[in-house]
Write a new protein. Structure first.
Length: 226
């Protein structure tokens, strides 16, 4: 995965560092090409070596899927009993792209190579994701986020053409969470994947009690996840 430089994203990332009412918000948006570097090609061969012909992997439902109707069903879900919400699936190649993006974004502090498909979800819609992000950021950042909201999404759309994207999220358990630190109020990790462009925009953010925010420098952590 190659990080694609963007002066527009750099400006937005600066604005996503917000301190207000005893809370510090850290956020960043990065764009990656899905072209694998040499080391990733080796990891990919290992990653797909024991598939036994099973390319599709099961994903977890989005954490807040309950906000929809209890009878909400996904178009791409596996078949099952009527009224039961089933998970989406993901190809191993796409799953590898998500894991490689995490590795590229958080290196050298974390290694996500052992992450499993059930730690990821496919999101129901772009609007749902935008609303979820808006709810988190506007509740704490208020007008500071409102000013940033339109240029932020315009920049992401310019980079990956949002209507053509599949959107995934990373929702690990506490032991695997890079944001599982004292004082973390919430966090999110979204991947906007345009298969045609072979490009992923990664949007990650967290809110931390300011009493703890000084213990870490932005997204740099001290301990490994695995």
């Amino acid at each position: 995965m190659k990080l694609l430089e963007s002066s527009c994203f750099e400006a937005i990332n600066n604005a996503l560092s917000i301190q207000t009412s005893g809370i510090t918000i850290f956020g960043r948006i990065e764009s990656y090409s899905c072209k694998m570097v040499a080391a990733e090609k080796v990891l990919y061969k290992r990653f797909t070596a024991d598939t036994h012909g099973h390319d599709l992997q099961a994903l977890s439902p989005p954490q807040t899927l309950a906000d929809f109707s209890p009878n909400f069903r996904r178009n791409n879900s596996q078949s099952g009993d009527e009224g039961i919400t089933l998970c989406d699936t993901i190809s191993r190649k796409t799953l590898f792209y998500l894991i490689a993006t995490l590795n590229a974004s958080f290196e050298p502090d974390y290694d996500f190579s052992e992450a499993k498909s059930h730690e990821f979800s496919k999101e129901p819609s772009l609007q749902w994701v935008m609303n979820s992000i808006h709810s988190n950021l506007s509740a704490l950042a208020g007008d500071q986020y409102q000013v940033l909201r339109q240029p932020l999404w315009s920049a992401v759309d310019d980079e990956v053409n949002l209507p053509e994207c599949d959107i995934y999220s990373y929702n690990p358990d506490l032991s695997s969470d890079p944001f599982g630190e004292p004082g973390c109020l919430w966090s999110f990790n979204y991947f906007f994947y345009n298969k045609k462009l072979k490009r992923i925009v990664f949007f990650t953010s967290r809110a931390v009690n300011s009493l703890y925010a000084g213990e870490t420098s932005d997204f740099s952590m001290e301990e490994d996840v695995y």
